[in-house]
Design a protein around this ligand. Structure first.
Ligand code: GLN
Length: 206
């Protein structure tokens, strides 16, 4: 087996942090391969896995729509490529996003992960927080969640596994080859979530 080809969508947001967390996760697991910044649609067809970082989902979505990446990503997800979406990344993967204050948003989405999102569900920037959460179902009993203008999942379809909740709000989900988190696993030194994602990508490649 040749090495894994993992991409980090590099449109806006915390791209560097995800590149570094993914690289470290692969090294820790002893998995060979490359982790690259993905800027154009033609890079997407070659990938074994994609990370969509946190940032501003309207910006990431609009720019990815304009350059054709959104369509390509959707095709690749449908063909089984594993994706990890953190915060804005999870918003982008969802079918419907609404803002806590503004209401329904007509923003470009991948429209794949069968969830409804409430953007900024925990408040504004100043209401950002950290908390210990648990992702027992994917073998991570304790994880430090960093929540920055974080969304929550207000509704989840039948095929969606709920991985974690905080204060009754859903903050991590899995649907087949997709994992979405409200928090930023790339902003802690704990690589467990990125390692789980790499393991998914390895299984997909076999
Ligand atoms: N509030 C941002 C959005 O709605 C997400 C914040 C984040 O990714 N940290 O797009």
């Amino acid at each position: 087996m040749t090495g894994l080809n993992i991409g980090v969508l590099a449109v806006q947001g915390d791209v560097m942090e995800n590149l570094s967390a993914t690289r470290l996760a692969m090294d820790d697991l002893g998995v060979e391969g490359v982790v690259t910044e993905v800027k154009s649609p033609d890079q997407i067809s070659e990938l074994d896995g994609l990370v969509i970082p946190g940032g501003e989902s309207t910006v990431i979505g609009t720019l990815s729509l304009v350059n054709g990446s959104l369509k390509k990503i959707k095709e690749k997800i449908a063909s089984g490529m594993p994706v990890l979406g953190t915060c804005a990344g999870m918003i982008l993967l969802s079918k419907k996003a609404k803002d806590r204050i503004v209401g329904d948003m007509e923003q470009p989405l991948l429209d794949y992960l069968d969830i409804r999102i409430e953007r900024n569900a925990f408040g504004r920037q100043k209401d950002s927080f950290e908390a210990d959460i648990s992702l027992e179902k994917i073998g991570i009993p304790k994880f430090r969640g960093v929540f920055i203008r974080a969304p929550s999942v207000s509704e989840a379809g039948r095929d969606v596994e709920i991985l974690s909740k905080i204060d009754g709000k859903i903050v991590a989900v899995k649907q087949g080859n997709i994992v979405g988190t409200s928090f930023h696993p790339e902003l802690t030194s704990d690589l467990s979530v990125h390692k789980y994602f790499i393991t998914m990508a390895q299984k997909g490649k076999r």
